[in-house]
Design a protein. Structure first.
Length: 67
């Protein structure tokens, strides 16, 4: 990874991966190759957006779900 991001450690990637959409994290393990490919693409896009800082921030107008 140092070739692409020399100052990025593997431990820095953990929160980025865990903040990716859950369906994409689960989807990379399914048997259907098309769904697996879509999930991998979404996961990669989410990681790149979070690392670039271009990910949309928290919208104050969006109501949070209480679980």
């Amino acid at each position: 990874m140092s070739r692409f991001a020399p100052d990025l450690a593997p431990a820095d990637m953990v929160p980025v991966i865990l903040n990716a959409p859950a369906w994409a994290r689960i989807g990379i393990a399914v048997r259907d190759p098309r769904l697996r490919a879509r999930a991998a693409e979404t996961l990669a896009r989410s990681i790149l957006e979070q690392l670039d800082g271009d990910a949309p921030g928290h919208d104050a107008n969006q109501l949070s779900l209480s679980l």
